[in-house]
Design a protein around this ligand. Structure first.
Ligand code: THU
Length: 149
């Protein structure tokens, strides 16, 4: 029987903190002000909260070699892992105007890995679940169940 080769965070509903969306939104706006986006002019910030109540953040960092650009969510995931990991329970992503920004496809996958389908993602119309943004996601479980010829 194949085993999961690594630790994957699983939701524990009982310990999910109260979500203060104002804090997440203002955190995302503050991070957007730090973004390095001289090529697109799209300044993006992301702020999330973990199951144990830590705030994690990121901003986009562009490159003169355009394809190397790091989205704000990449920075947030790096902050999450660097500060102890754990499960992400809610995230706000905003552009420089402060309004919610839809995460790109790659970042939906990254966020799903660390927050699962239950991750709350802010939207202009109100928070939704990651499962709605990325249905039938490929997940770490597939690495175990689908390995082999
Ligand atoms: N961007 C993000 O930071 N996150 C997303 O989910 C979508 C796009 C950034 C990347 C690039 O610096 C700029 O927005 C324009 O694509």
């Amino acid at each position: 029987m194949l085993q999961r080769p690594f630790a994957v965070w699983a939701p524990r509903e009982s310990t999910v903190p109260e979500i203060d969306w104002n804090t997440l939104r203002s955190g995302a706006a503050a991070m957007a002000a730090q973004a390095y986006a001289p090529y697109s002019g799209v300044f993006v910030g992301a702020c999330g909260i973990t199951e144990d109540g830590r705030l994690v953040r990121g901003c986009n960092v562009e490159s003169a070699s355009y394809g190397l650009t790091l989205c704000a969510e990449c920075g947030l995931i790096s902050d999450l892992v660097a500060t102890g990991g754990g499960l992400l329970v809610a995230v706000s992503i905003a552009a420089g105007d402060g309004a919610p920004l839809a995460p790109c496809g790659r970042c939906r996958q990254l966020l799903h890995e660390h927050g699962g389908a239950a991750l709350l993602v802010d939207r202009a119309s109100g928070p939704c679940r990651m499962g709605e943004l990325l249905p039938e996601a490929f997940s770490p479980d597939d690495l175990v169940t689908r390995a082999g010829r």
